[in-house]
Design a protein around this ligand. Structure first.
Ligand code: GCW
Length: 714
């Protein structure tokens, strides 16, 4: 008997393994690819599931359990409404079985989305309970994640999770014509021309993937918004998507063009203080909510990069945001108003958003959230944090991260962005004394905001594997996990993603976790080390062009504005002897950044213009250190390639080959970056590349002639 069961479990294991090897795995299943887990866990999980509630969401819960539990080799699931010993008991207080186990207080504390997973010592039954059906769904996804990734036998579980942010939102920069701004995974997944009648299966797969990591909102269209999105025709299409998302707890939001009343409504202007304009927005909000009662709200890019906004009428960002907020408030909607503003003839670009927004602190309605990029410039491989975090004490701020790799090698480079997000969230702003981290400023801990939110610019397209690079899926995953729990570490996130996406093989997980955790630092080193930034090519933003000159172009769109290399040295002086951007930071950061000897070296050339001979803490001259950094970035990518090659046979052939091919591109492009930057900066420094380093393999004049062809990336 015993032997028989061992043999049958071995057989199941073989089946699971051979399935993953024989079947071509194309990445379309995201982190649901790997249905394996340690044998230890298998014995401890009950297969009888008691659910006493019914709804579309509970139906999804049942389907998830019915699919995963057998696939994990635990056994066929049976559902019951009766309680018994040794079951998985799932639900809210509406379920009598749950109500008999938990009191109301315990559950109301969890808010809308939190959950409890509990199995007391010596008990067979596992309880998954929440205040709402969505909380229950999140609990079930966490339960499945635990089975797939935990090293514990789950004999005892006691987890209470409440998400860090209320609104955990993906921003799609998807245009209505199907293209995706800064998208590197093919065209948009939203098929506007087929909707509302034809429904792509991707919509539900997308909702499921998001719900599984706690994302509960999606802005469907580009912040460079086409007014047409608010026409009746488009709203009919949006309504269909919203209907698919609803049982997964995902709200739909739209980016709106501030000129919509004029462009769409035929009004004379779109002045936020004009009563007709207000009435137009009120009517539009009524119309939207009559079709989509749980609509999330608007995202707005205004008076930014040429887009219309309230300043066109001499009004402020607060006037504009509040008008929209008033239209949405009766329906419970919010306005996410972006602070990404800078003017070509303004002050240092890094200072401008702060100068425009901080004086407006206290003037925004409660349902307005200012959406702020992590850094003061623009999603560079590394930036110091935006000094607006902490500076607006009466205004809710939400971080905006870029998941799509506009400046980090598109979908060709393996870069795990979790460490970038984590670095930003954990940064102490000192705005209210020590331990005023960006995480605590934005999640309501410091300022007690009534609505909290976080956004990530999606890297999703119609490519089979959704994100172009198989490892780019980990950035979508990491964003969701950090939005859920901004205290998670990137190491934990990488570990659980690898196990669910590829294999449980301990060697694979350990080695690739190391690669992932080093990958962002590698890209910083081979693109923009020591605080350099914005060295990329014009408009497409791919590849190095530190020399780029475009006659008549906005200076703040050109690399020379940022690196300021000359024979004396390199870097942007933002100290008190320069643009004084340091003054926007709270003490002691202001002084730390201002002083060359205390400024962290990773931000040195962000805040200071230094001579090529400047001696760094490790004794190297600035020039030599630049050479070492660029070289070490390249070297690391070569090590990533070797590590990956050693993984052959541990995972399916298709994904192995795909990643291998992209790593080769990354290595080639890392050398391109290294050579372009060093050879160009060398024309100013006049210094040799240290002898022990690999020589450039490119010729500067040839690199300058490269014309990047965007078509291959769409
Ligand atoms: O990073 C820049 C991008 C633009 C983008 C803009 C923004 C959507 O190059 O493509 O526009 O930021 O964030 O609004």
């Amino acid at each position: 008997m015993k032997i028989k069961s061992i043999i049958s479990s071995l057989f199941i294991l073989l089946l699971v393994n051979s399935a993953s090897f024989a079947q071509a795995i194309d990445g379309s299943q995201l982190w649901f690819t790997n249905q394996q887990h340690s044998a230890k866990v298998r014995t401890a999980i009950p297969t009888i599931v008691c659910i006493q509630e019914e709804s579309a969401t509970f139906q999804i819960i049942k389907e998830e359990l019915a699919e995963s539990i057998p696939a994990l080799g635990i056994g066929e699931v049976s559902f019951t409404q009766k309680t018994a010993k040794n079951i998985v008991l799932v639900g809210t207080l509406k379920s009598k079985a749950i109500a008999s186990q938990l009191n109301e207080d315990e559950l109301t504390k969890l808010g809308n989305d939190g959950f409890i997973i509990r199995r007391s010592k010596g008990e067979g039954t596992i309880l998954i309970a929440a205040n709402t059906e969505f909380g229950t769904l999140y609990g079930v996804y966490e339960f499945l994640r635990l089975i797939k990734t935990s090293s514990s036998d789950l004999a005892e579980i006691d987890r209470i999770e409440i998400p860090s942010y209320h609104r955990r939102v993906l921003n799609h920069w998807d245009n209505l014509d199907g293209t995706v701004e800064r998208g590197y995974a093919g065209h948009s997944i939203w098929k506007w021309d087929e909707l509302p009648s034809t429904i792509s299966p991707r919509y539900e797969a997308y909702a499921r993937a998001n719900a599984s990591i706690g994302i509960n909102g999606a802005v469907l269209n580009n912040v460079n918004a086409n007014p047409d999105i608010l026409t009746k025709d488009y709203l009919e299409k949006v309504k269909v998507i919203a209907g698919i998302f609803r049982p997964y707890g995902i709200k739909v939001y739209l980016s709106v063009n501030f000129s919509s009343p004029k462009e769409l409504g035929g009004l004379e202007n779109s002045d936020p203080l004009n009563d007709q304009v207000k009435a137009w927005w009120n009517d539009k909000a009524d119309e939207i909510y009559s079709m989509i009662p749980d609509f999330g709200g608007f995202l707005v890019k205004a008076n930014s990069e040429g887009l219309p906004g309230p300043q066109d009428y001499g009004r402020t960002h607060a006037d504009g945001a509040n008008m929209l907020a008033d239209a949405l408030a009766p329906h419970g909607g919010i306005v996410m108003w972006r602070a990404f503003v800078y003017n070509p003839d303004g002050d240092d670009r890094a200072k401008q958003a702060y100068k425009e927004f901080v004086p407006l602190d206290g003037q925004f309605r409660k349902n307005v959230i200012i959406q702020l990029k992590n850094g003061p410039i623009d999603f560079q491989p590394r930036e110091p944090f935006s000094p607006m975090f902490g500076a607006m004490k009466y205004t809710t701020l939400m971080p905006e991260f870029q998941i799509t790799q506009e400046y980090l090698g598109f979908s060709d480079h393996l870069v795990f962005l979790s460490t970038l997000f984590e670095e930003c969230l954990n940064t102490d702003t000192y705005a209210e004394g020590p331990n005023t981290t960006i995480a605590r400023i934005t999640d309501g801990e410091v300022f007690n905001d009534s609505i909290t939110a976080i956004a990530g610019v999606a890297n999703i397209g119609e490519d089979t594997n959704w994100c172009g690079h198989h490892f780019a899926q980990s950035n979508w995953y990491a964003f969701g996990r950090l939005a859920w729990n901004n205290k998670l570490s990137s190491a934990e996130i990488a570990n659980e993603w690898l196990k669910q996406t590829f294999t449980q093989d301990a060697d694979f997980v350990a080695q690739m976790q190391t690669v992932m955790l080093q990958s962002r630092e590698a890209v910083v080193d081979y693109m923009t080390p020591i605080g350099l930034h914005h060295l990329m090519g014009w408009s497409h933003h791919h590849g190095p062009e530190p020399w780029c000159e475009i006659p008549g172009a906005r200076p703040d769109w050109l690399p020379t504005y940022y690196h300021k290399a000359d024979s004396a040295g390199i870097g942007f002086d933002r100290s008190t002897t320069g643009s004084e951007a340091v003054l926007q930071y709270a003490e002691p950061l202001r002084s730390i950044y201002d002083n060359i000897s205390t400024c962290p070296e990773m931000y040195l050339l962000w805040f200071h213009h230094l001579s090529w001979d400047y001696i760094l803490h490790n004794g190297n001259t600035l020039w030599d250190e630049l050479c070492y950094k660029y070289s070490s970035g390249v070297d690391r990518v070569k090590v990533f390639q070797q590590t990956w090659d050693r993984m052959e046979g541990k995972i399916d052939v298709q994904r192995f080959k795909d990643v291998q091919a992209r790593l080769a591109i990354q290595a080639t492009e890392a050398m391109w970056w290294r050579d372009a930057c060093l050879l160009y900066f060398q024309t100013f420094s006049g210094k040799p590349i240290p002898m022990e380093l690999e020589r450039p393999v490119h010729v500067l004049e040839k690199l300058k002639q490269i014309k990047f062809d965007m078509t291959h990336h769409n």
